[in-house]
Design a protein around this ligand. Structure first.
Ligand code: ADP
Length: 284
């Protein structure tokens, strides 16, 4: 793996240079009206460095949903390594067969392949003038977190959480429009609270009529593969939570329900300016 970081012409050099050159430019789009003890405040004070955030959480928790909403709100790219892997799978390139076996068994792709895909994505973004990032699905191993730590300064890591039974239902209910690429969910979730923890209800997120006939299901969203992905998460990715917790960067967020309940709460804990959000929905 170190090989990737030795030569200035390697992918990792690109990863390094993209990370260092993207910092800063996104700052103007945010209203950092932060709580004094928020991890954001610590990261931004005294000199703002731009948005370099990570979203962690089990399969199906909604990393993509909330990371993409925040990326639109804050004006930074949402980069999901799972999406990069799925694009590679569709491309029928040389990597495709090897990747599909790994992904469809719920296992992790090698760090080297993921770093190459991520470097390419960052390089393409940099060429378009993108600044900052919200990473979703990376880092997923402590090794990946250490590599990221070596090349850049992550400000904040949001750890989204839901009970396991909800995660499985959400993965099984996930539908993706094959044409516009939007994600929907046909599951109607009602989990009773236990041992003092509150219950959770989530209304389905149904597709508009034009998407209904084009819905697809991810090959790795079968019950057996979702359960395997959860085991892999607990074994390989949960230690990443500890890695960031020990750095004081981890913001734990128990989702209180679906998007209508969770999104305003998330904005509140991030102390983001709702005004920005209102402007965004008015423009949509
Ligand atoms: P999930 O819904 O399980 O969070 P993702 O869409 O993030 O899934 O990723 C889909 C698959 O892509 C993973 O199961 C894994 O095989 C591969 N993958 C994505 N990101 C990484 C990563 N950082 N390291 C290794 N494999 C990854």
């Amino acid at each position: 793996m170190n090989r990737l970081f030795r030569s200035p012409t390697s992918s990792a050099f690109l990863l390094r240079s993209c990370f260092s050159t993207t910092a800063g430019a996104a700052t103007e789009t945010v209203k950092p009206k932060l709580y004094p003890d928020s991890p954001l405040t610590k990261a931004r004070d005294p000199k703002p460095k731009g948005i370099q955030w990570v979203f962690l959480g089990c399969p199906g928790v909604g990393k993509g949903t909330y990371a993409s909403r925040l990326s639109a709100l804050l004006g930074v790219p949402h980069i999901a390594t799972g999406d990069l892997v799925r694009e590679e799978l569709k491309s029928s390139g040389p990597l495709s067969k090897q990747l599909s076996d790994i992904v469809n068994q719920g296992q992790l792709v090698s760090d080297e392949i993921i770093l190459n895909l991520l470097s390419k994505r960052l390089e393409a973004g940099e060429a378009k003038g993108e600044a900052g990032f919200i990473l979703d699905g990376f880092p997923r191993t402590v090794r990946q977190a250490e590599i990221l730590n070596d090349v850049t300064d992550i400000e904040l890591v949001v750890n989204l959480k839901l009970p396991e039974s909800v995660l499985v239902e959400k993965c099984l209910g996930r539908r993706i429009c094959g044409e516009c690429g939007k994600n929907f969910n046909v599951a109607s979730i009602n989990v009773k609270g236990e041992n003092g923890s509150p219950g959770i209800s989530m209304a389905p997120l149904l597709p508009p009529p034009q998407c209904v006939s084009k819905l697809t299901i991810r090959d790795d969203d079968t019950e057996a593969v979702v359960k395997e992905r959860l085991l892999v998460y607990y074994e390989k990715s949960q230690p990443v939570e500890d890695f960031y917790r020990s750095q004081g960067k981890l913001l734990e967020f128990d989702l209180p329900g679906g998007i209508p309940e969770s999104w305003p709460k998330l904005l509140e804990v991030l102390n983001l300016d709702e005004h920005e959000d209102t402007k965004l929905s008015a423009a949509a």
